[in-house]
Write a protein that binds this ligand. Structure first.
Ligand code: COA
Length: 343
């Protein structure tokens, strides 16, 4: 047998991160506003999740419009006005059909390039990064705009206090370009995995072919997002811990040598448990969850943009990106942070 790539090693040229942008819709919903309509309290939400507020879209906006804003900022940060492909991670597409990415690409002046959606729920951005790196490695594109955008506010049951406080809307994006593996910004190998035996832990039961094909109409709450929080919490810590170890090993790094952990922002207690499991000082974990909540596929790139803007993530830092979500799906990768401006 010839030509089998070594597990975890990216064959061919490296994908180098060279642009970054994030965008949040202007409307903020504070915990106090949720308390007015749900049986909850600011104290419960802050102490159990670490969230103080979240941003939500307003009428006339959608996942696509969030993606366009973040994508434009990433292109500006990369000082580029074109790329060879657009990959959009989302599970709240503008419509069930077609994919949202082609319209996003067209609105960014990129009509003509390959553009498609990736669905891996909250792990989606790392999957989209791996896909973008693959497009570069195969010579399909020299540079790729990778966007994570979600509007979970459109999926939430207005009467469910267990999901309402957690999610927010937003988008983040990066530009990847062809480069050398030892350059700052070059992505290391990826660790990606799923466990579909546990797909019911996070779901929107209705709207897909299973429900439509059954001929049985959806129940009144079946179009809403549902999750089994406690089990999801446990798996999030377990899977991200294992995935960080694998990604770090593939990079030839040690966990102790991680300067910044950019983990999916699901719950501040998940972040604390993850850093404890990794035996990393908690201050090495980047965090913006208090201001944005869980923004699903947007979480990791928004976190990167916020952290660069506030100065907690700087050129030269060894960074691990890790994410986890419905599927179950998880993924991680590594990079030495490059010199760049977020916008
Ligand atoms: N306000 C007040 N009380 C609430 C509440 C809210 N918003 N939500 C749940 N509760 C109550 C429960 O009803 C329960 O009450 P009981 O003890 O009387 O039965 C109590 O708080 C504890 O509930 P529990 O579900 O055990 O809380 P928890 O500590 O596990 O926190 C989550 C709940 C959802 C915050 C937590 O499980 C979590 O963050 N899970 C992961 C979610 C996630 O990341 N999802 C996306 C994956 S990417």
């Amino acid at each position: 047998m010839t030509g089998a790539p070594t597990a975890g090693r990216t064959p061919g040229p490296a994908a180098v991160l060279c642009g970054l942008g994030g965008w949040l819709p202007p409307k903020v919903v504070t915990n106090e506003e949720l308390v007015a309509r749900l049986d909850t309290s600011d104290e419960w939400i802050r102490t159990r999740t670490g969230i103080r507020q979240r941003h939500v879209i307003e009428p006339g906006m959608s996942t696509g419009s969030l993606a366009v804003e973040a994508g434009a900022r990433a292109l500006k940060s990369a000082q580029q006005d074109s790329v060879g492909a657009v990959v959009l991670a989302t599970t709240t597409p503008d419509r069930p059909c077609p994919a949202t990415a082609p319209e996003v690409a067209a609105r960014l002046g990129l009509a003509g390039v390959p553009a498609f959606d990736i669905g891996a729920v909250c792990a989606g951005f790392v999957y989209a990064l791996a896909t973008g790196a693959g497009l570069i490695a195969t010579g399909t594109a020299d540079d790729v705009l990778v966007i994570g955008a979600d509007a979970y506010s459109t999926l939430l049951d207005p009467e469910d206090r267990t999901t309402g406080p957690i999610f927010g809307d937003g988008a983040g994006a990066v530009v990847l370009r062809r480069g050398e593996p030892d350059e700052p910004g070059a992505l290391g190998g990826f660790d990606l995995g799923t466990d579909g035996h546990l797909s019911d832990l996070i779901e929107v039961p209705a709207g897909g072919s299973r429900q439509r094909g059954s001929g049985v109409p959806a129940g009144p709450r079946d179009h809403y997002f549902a999750m089994q929080g406690k089990q999801v919490f446990r798996h999030a810590v377990l899977r991200m811990t294992g995935s960080v170890h694998k990604a770090v090993g593939r990079a030839g790094w040690t966990v102790a040598g991680i300067d910044r952990l950019a983990a999916h922002q699901a719950n501040s207690r998940i972040l604390d448990a993850l850093t404890d499991q990794l035996e990393l000082p908690r201050e090495r974990a980047l965090s913006n969850i208090d201001r944005v909540g869980n923004t699903a596929a947007a979480s990791v790139p928004l976190l990167l943009a916020d952290s660069v803007n506030e100065g907690s993530l700087r050129a030269g830092h060894s960074v691990v990106l890790t994410s986890f979500g419905g599927g179950l799906a998880w993924g991680s990768t590594t990079l030495r942070w490059p010199q760049l401006d977020a916008v």
